[in-house]
Design a protein around this ligand. Structure first.
Ligand SMILES: [Zn+2]
Ligand SMILES: [Zn+2]
Length: 321
């Protein structure tokens, strides 16, 4: 009798009607890239208005820029939540959701807000007071770099970002005291959903969310004579979109590959050139497995773990001990 009930339940679940739009990779590509570019443009425009407004002291300008950064992050979270509930509602979930409820409002006020305010204000004061005077309208800055410069700088940013994230995250796991004090709070969620983005200590959020981004921007600032503000916002927004989405309880199609080049990255030809274990990888599942095992999959993309043999595969840990 019990087995019949189980069978019936399985039978019903496997025949749940699917949302057809969920299966469209090109629609996902259009939506996700459109959102990232639109909110990057909106943030850049707000920042441009703030920094070019005469009579505002540097400290207040920096605070307003950090507030717009917090708004961008919260906006990503809301939009991914809406996408999961609507366009992507037919995608099979990896899990039932976060293993412990979080207080979103209190974490926003006690962790997200102070981390954003302090780190962005300090960074803007250190690097930005002179640079702020060179910020132009994003519509102009979008064409300040050629397509080649956009692509080369984004590739550089992503490579450094992935290395920095892997190194910092790996270190937090390997130093027991640091893990206990800084990162173990994030791993209270052995099963994840978007609310896991509110399961952080302040130091952890600074290291994983802010420091990685600052490190990745350094080479761009060093190798270019002129760096427009808008592309930096776009690169950081793509990283945030990717990182926030990696905690979803289901696949987010364009997060699963590198968003702007998802169609190329996921093409049959490109898959042939990837190592066998990376031909069908799913970036969201990849990070979900990190939370499940609390070992391995330290990168935000799988490439660093593949290189250093710390990748978790479905059957268990592979060289991650
Ligand atoms: Zn971790
Ligand atoms: Zn995580």
């Amino acid at each position: 009798m019990r087995s019949i009930k189980k069978f019936k339940h399985k039978h019903i679940v496997s025949h749940t009607p699917k949302n057809k739009m969920s299966e469209s990779a090109s629609l996902a590509w259009l939506i996700e890239n459109g959102i990232v570019l639109s909110i990057s443009y909106a943030k850049s425009l707000v920042d441009y208005k703030v920094v070019t407004h005469t009579g505002i002291p540097d400290l207040l300008r920096s605070i307003l820029v950090s507030v717009s950064n917090l708004a961008l992050i919260e906006c990503i979270l809301i939009l991914q939540y809406v996408l999961i509930r609507t366009v992507y509602s037919g995608i099979e979930p990896h899990s039932k959701g976060a293993s412990r409820p979080v207080h979103v409002a209190s974490c926003t006020l006690t962790v997200h807000l102070p981390v954003n305010l302090i780190s962005m204000t300090v960074a803007t004061l250190i690097f930005g007071t002179d640079g702020m005077d060179t910020v132009s309208h994003p519509a102009t800055e979008a064409f300040a770099w050629s397509s080649w410069e956009w692509a080369a700088n984004y590739a550089l940013y992503r490579m450094v970002y992935d290395v920095a994230f892997y190194a910092l995250h790996f270190t937090m796991h390997r130093l027991p005291r640091v893990y206990a004090m800084v990162h173990s709070t994030h791993h209270i969620h052995r099963s994840t959903d978007l609310t896991t983005n509110f399961q952080f200590t302040a130091v952890d959020l600074f290291v994983e969310g802010m420091l990685t981004n600052f490190v990745a921007m350094m080479p761009i600032l060093l190798v270019n004579d002129y760096v427009p503000y808008f592309p930096l916002v776009v690169f950081a927004t793509y990283a945030e979109w990717y990182q926030i989405g990696s905690h979803a309880h289901q696949r987010i199609p364009a997060v699963t590959a590198l968003p702007p080049i998802a169609p190329i990255y996921n093409s049959t030809l490109a898959k042939r050139f990837r190592p066998t274990c990376l031909r069908t990888h799913d970036a969201v599942r990849f990070h979900a497995d990190h939370h499940k095992k609390v070992k391995g999959n330290y990168g935000i993309t799988p490439w660093m773990d593949w290189l250093f043999g710390t990748m978790v595969i479905e059957t268990g840990l592979k060289k991650a001990e």
